[in-house]
Design a protein around this ligand. Structure first.
Ligand SMILES: Nc1ncnc2c1ncn2[C@@H]1O[C@H](COP(=O)(O)OP(=O)(O)OP(=O)(O)O)[C@@H](O)[C@H]1O
Ligand SMILES: [Mg+2]
Length: 361
């Protein structure tokens, strides 16, 4: 073998090694499920991993050279917007796009003489949901403990008021006094209803689950309210997925959730003063194995500033005697017990959609 041939073989071996090493690096970043991409100062993509390219149903090769803002349809935080932490090496920001929240970290790097920026985008939506769930669970539990003590304390004197009002009304002949006593009884009855719902809210009872069809559960509640719907001219549309699998749930509790949300929807459409329409949908999220249920109304909607408060215990916009502000917090607690989630989308003046998801098992 001549010297020339030997050196050419060495060159080839060397090039092979470089190509292999490049392939290894690509498969290393492709193995990461977070989005990884490299951009230059003009936001042009210089490199990307498989997970990021797949978001656009493309291969990493096909997105190199494209502008990242156009591809993502939202602007990523510019490198200048990051405040460098120690040594100016790494910095992170949280952004929310539609229903997803990401932590974006940026790492400055060099391609030859050029400054480039390595972005790592981690989807933390599930983590945030979990954090919210824990926050609510904690809040509900602490308020529940407080409330149950007060409710029990109030129950005894209230029973006294009701009992003595009844005894007195049997003793007196005067119609005027009888009427006043009836008013006392009515007010005390109203307090009893509120106390019962407080106790129901704070009850820490375990769920009693069985395998049920959600569509049947909803039907029973809709039948229960049918008279009211006819009376108020509210159209109920049921869009059920026909072959919904059985779901492992506590029938009574889920009935209560559906009833609470349905009654809120009824009140919202009545207040809007237009022809009321409530659409109840069920479907099966096959990917995540979840039962999905949504109740949409064309009522008054919820102002933006109230959206984060409606699940809080005792938050109500209804007049005194009309609402206790417990319906949604009880429902939230029940859905949480089923390892599920409720969320709401609403536009003031147009209507609201409450969506519930519950894992099948
Ligand atoms: N479909 C809806 N449309 C508009 N606002 C709603 C809707 N559902 C709930 N809300 C708002 O959320 C608040 C809290 O609802 P929640 O069911 O917890 O209590 P409430 O209906 O006021 O009283 P309660 O259910 O205890 O009788 C309501 O007062 C209302 O402002
Ligand atoms: Mg309510």
């Amino acid at each position: 073998m001549s010297d020339l041939q030997a050196s050419s073989n060495l060159d080839n071996e060397f090039i092979d090694k470089i190509i292999k090493s490049q392939e290894h690096w690509q498969s290393t970043i492709d193995a990461v499920q977070d989005y990884i991409f490299v951009i230059d100062r003009n936001h042009v993509i210089r490199n990307a991993n498989l997970s990021f390219a797949r978001r656009f149903q493309k291969h990493p090769r096909e997105i190199i050279g494209l502008n990242v803002d156009e591809l993502l349809c939202f602007e990523i935080p510019h490198p200048d917007m990051f405040t460098p932490e120690q040594d100016g090496i790494i910095s992170s920001r949280e952004i929310t796009v539609k229903d997803s929240t990401y932590v974006i970290s940026v790492f400055p790097a060099r391609y030859d003489e050029e400054d480039v920026f390595v972005y790592v985008m981690k989807d933390i939506t599930e983590l945030i949901n979990l954090k919210n769930k824990l926050y609510y669970a904690y809040k509900l539990a602490s308020i529940g403990r407080l409330v149950s003590g007060v409710a029990h304390e109030l129950n005894n004197p209230l029973t006294g008021i009701l009992g003595y009002a009844e005894i007195l009304s049997l003793k007196v002949q005067d119609e005027g006094i009888k009427k006043d006593l009836a008013k006392i009884s009515k007010s005390a009855e109203r307090c009893k209803v509120i106390i019962d719902s407080l106790l129901c809210f704070s009850r820490q009872q375990a769920t009693q689950r069985s395998l049920e069809y959600i569509n049947d559960i909803i039907d029973k509640i809709v039948e229960l309210r049918a008279y009211w719907h006819r009376n108020q001219n509210i159209e109920i549309v049921r869009e059920y997925e026909a072959d919904m699998p059985l779901c492992y749930i506590d029938t009574q509790q889920i009935q209560q959730v559906v009833l609470n949300i349905l009654m809120n929807a009824e009140q919202a459409v009545s207040e809007a003063g237009r022809e009321g329409k409530i659409v109840i949908r069920t479907w099966h999220d096959k990917v995540n194995q979840k039962l999905m249920l949504s109740i949409a109304d064309n009522g008054i909607g919820i102002p933006k500033e109230n959206l984060s408060r409606i699940f809080d215990p005792f938050f109500t916009t209804k007049p005194v005697n009309k609402g206790t502000g417990l319906g949604l917090s009880i429902s939230y607690g029940i859905v949480l017990e089923h390892d599920g989630m409720i969320h709401v989308e609403s536009r003031e003046g147009e209507g609201s959609v409450f969506t519930i998801q519950i894992p099948f098992k």
